[in-house]
Design a protein around this ligand. Structure first.
Ligand code: 5GP
Ligand code: MN
Length: 342
């Protein structure tokens, strides 16, 4: 038995939109991760199985190659590539689902067209402090992933029988990636009840693991070796580690989107390192990724110093300036926010 987490009134309102709507758009956050794609494609396959034939997933920008295998991934509309088409879809949509983000800012340039669209908007998300921009807001930060919420949403509408293998595969991918393959944020027993149901729907969880985690290029592995050997700075007295990679260094290893995925978690393998940061020089800004174990609030650190946010143990942000200045800001933050004190 799975407990009823999502408020009944919200389920019934959204169910009405599902029943009555003809055209649907599903939107998720910039630089979509496994949960963003898993929840969006999971809902996409469900709505299709329900009989809706005008369903689109729109993402603000490209997603990593290692998610291309996901069923339906080829049909995703990338706003950066096809802005006019995406805006037309949004404009014509009866219902718009906003998945895995809590604020229109998280879809960047898509925010304008999203807010301007007249369709009924439904938020399904697990980030703290959602902005009020959807008619129906299902915001449950205690959930390990938005994909798990999609499972619950489908079941609570009474449509478990329509949850097919494609939907199940996408939902599992999101649940797996947002919990580091069930190594954090994953102690709730119901997660495993849900996985058991997904396996009964025919998913191959071992195969999914390999598609996501074991498909890297040789140069990615070599970059990882370089990063660990040359570029990881440990501050033992602060229980902290910092990784930086410049654009030049990324170029040396033929960097492609997704290649540095997981790097930020690695320093946490060191005994007594409880806070890890990764600063990567992207085209327009320095991308910041933060991770912690225990009570250190990465999200507060990200919002205080890097105009970002996220979860207690996984957050991110941006810095506009040089990599050296970003490091200086990080070190200043460490002085004020000593992880040892948490
Ligand atoms: P990642 O390090 O994998 O890019 O991001 C980890 C988590 O931090 C994301 O799931 C998201 O919740 C949050 N996050 C990452 N970048 C940003 C950002 O620029 N702004 C905000 N508000 N949150 C971010
Ligand atoms: Mn998520």
């Amino acid at each position: 038995m799975i407990t009823k987490i999502i408020q009944e009134e919200l389920i019934q309102k959204a169910k009405k939109y599902v029943e009555k709507g003809d055209s649907f758009v599903i939107v998720t956050h910039v630089s979509p991760d496994g949960d963003a794609l898993g929840s969006s494609l999971g809902l996409y396959h469900f709505l299709t199985a329900y009989g809706k034939d005008n369903v689109s997933v729109i993402v603000p920008n490209a997603f990593p190659e290692f998610y291309r295998w996901m069923p339906g991934a080829k049909d995703i509309v990338v706003y950066e590539k096809y802005p006019d088409f995406a805006e037309q879809l949004l404009h014509e949509a009866d219902v718009i689902f906003c998945l895995d983000f809590n604020d229109p800012k998280r879809v960047e340039k898509l925010a304008g067209p999203l807010l301007a669209a007249d369709g009924r908007k439904v938020l399904i998300d697990h980030h703290l402090n959602p902005a009020d921009f959807c008619r129906v807001q299902m915001s449950y930060p205690e959930m390990s992933s938005t994909s798990e919420m999609i499972f619950r949403f489908i079941c609570r509408m009474g449509f478990f029988s329509l949850l097919n293998k494609e939907t199940a595969t996408c939902i599992y991918t999101g649940m797996m990636t947002d919990t580091g393959s069930f190594t954090y944020n994953s102690n709730k027993p119901e997660i495993y009840t849900i996985i058991s149901e997904l396996i009964k729907k025919g998913i191959d969880k071992d195969w999914i693991y390999r598609q996501v985690n074991q498909v890297y290029s040789e140069s990615r592995l070599r970059m990882m070796g370089y990063m660990l050997y040359e570029k990881m700075k440990v501050y033992p007295e602060l229980r902290t580690a910092l990784i930086t990679l410049s654009a030049e260094e990324l170029g040396r290893f033929h960097y492609r989107a997704g290649d540095t995925e997981g790097f930020v978690n690695m320093p946490l393998d060191i005994k007594d390192v409880e806070f890890s940061a990764f600063l990567r020089e992207d085209k327009d800004y320095i991308k910041i990724s933060l991770r912690s174990v225990g009570d250190f609030p990465c999200n507060t650190f990200a919002s205080t110093y890097f105009n970002g946010g996220g979860h207690k143990n996984a957050s991110g942000g941006e810095f506009h300036g040089t990599l050296a200045d970003a490091v200086a800001r990080f070190e200043q933050g460490l002085q004020e926010f000593n992880p040892k004190k948490f």
